[in-house]
Ligand binder design. Structure first.
Ligand code: GSH
Length: 309
């Protein structure tokens, strides 16, 4: 059995990013389907409360956020590379745009257009996740109308990136930019084809989307949440072989810390600091269902604080 366990759900676009990364690397992996809304009783015991999707579990090590999940996949399965030399800086810049202004506009446009097809509790759950009041159907539809022009203004930028007949966004090598732009565009038409017309006049994008879909998802086998929790319980976190670069303001290893996403779903994950370097934070948590777990986060996008007192 593969050691890779992805906790995810079908219409999660960030999960699609991880699934396609595993397709690109032709990996075998185990799939645990998690609920798209709270509560997530079989996920939070291994994440210390982190609720977002996807999460990659390897034994008793749990990797949160696709930025870190892709790096971990690359470390364990380096070929073919998601980070080819010479393209990674540009790819990260394109990803920041695709997962920022591009995806935000697409999400509001697609949700507002497909609200009748989404799980009934979704809008209430996401409002709670962001600390906002539950939106009315009318306000969800108004957000879609406001964001349609922003989607139409940004999609041609992708067509421009591909206009010289290149295979991938950054040239002839596949990069994380392809994954980030793809999962955003995938979200536009994943729930229904109501917005398919927005892509109709973009031939280079259409060809590239077809190449992206052709990568598939690798070899996926279903696993129950109970089986995944049992694997966590029967494993121990593996200490990092890397030497963390440390700075004077960093909390001490072993001290009690909290980690929070910097943007949304900002619930604190509290544990003992297990590992720290300029790219990664790992905290050790413990509970009755799974014993000891190391939960790993990227530095970018997360805040680390000592728990005082
Ligand atoms: N920066 C995160 C974003 C993950 C994210 O926002 N995922 C969405 C689903 S696509 C989510 O977790 N939404 C709330 C939920 O599913 O509970 C990543 O790269 O993994």
């Amino acid at each position: 059995m593969s050691e890779l366990i992805l906790h995810h759900y079908d219409f999660s676009n960030y999960s699609e990013k991880a699934r396609v990364a595993m397709g690109f690397k032709s990996l075998r992996w185990n799939s645990v389907t998690i609920p798209p809304v709270l509560p997530k009783p079989d996920l939070t015991p291994i994440t210390g409360g982190y609720r977002r999707a996807p999460v990659l579990q390897i034994g008793a090590d749990v990797y949160c956020d696709t930025r870190l999940i892709l790096r971990e996949l690359e470390r364990r399965h380096p070929e073919p590379s998601l980070f080819p030399a010479g393209s990674t800086g540009l790819a990260n810049a394109v990803s920041a745009w695709a997962e920022g202004p591009l995806f935000r506009a697409i999400m509001l446009y697609a949700w507002g257009t497909n609200h009748d097809l989404m799980p009934p509790q979704l809008f209430e759950d996401r409002a709670g996740m962001r600390g906002l009041p539950v939106p009315s159907v009318a306000s969800v539809e108004r957000a879609a109308a406001r964001n349609a022009p922003l989607v139409r203004a940004q999609l041609p930028l992708v067509e421009d990136m591909l206009a010289d007949q290149r295979t991938w966004i950054c040239g002839e090598r596949f990069t994380v930019a392809d994954l980030s732009v793809f999962h955003a565009l995938w979200f536009l038409t994943d729930r229904s084809d109501r917005l398919g017309h927005e892509l109709a006049h973009l031939p280079a994008v259409a060809g590239w989307m077809q190449r992206m879909r052709g990568l598939g998802h690798g070899q996926r086998e279903d696993l129950t949440a109970e089986e995944a929790l049992a694997i966590a319980r029967d494993s121990e976190p593996v200490p990092s072989s890397r030497n963390g670069v440390r700075y004077p303001e960093d909390p001490e290893l072993g001290s009690l810390v909290e980690v929070r996403a910097a943007d949304y779903a900002r619930d604190a994950i509290v544990g003992r600091l297990d590992f720290l370097d300029t790219d990664e934070i790992a905290v050790r948590i413990r509970n009755d269902r799974v014993g000891d777990i190391a939960v790993h986060f990227p530095r970018i996008g997360f805040e680390l604080r000592p728990v005082l007192g």
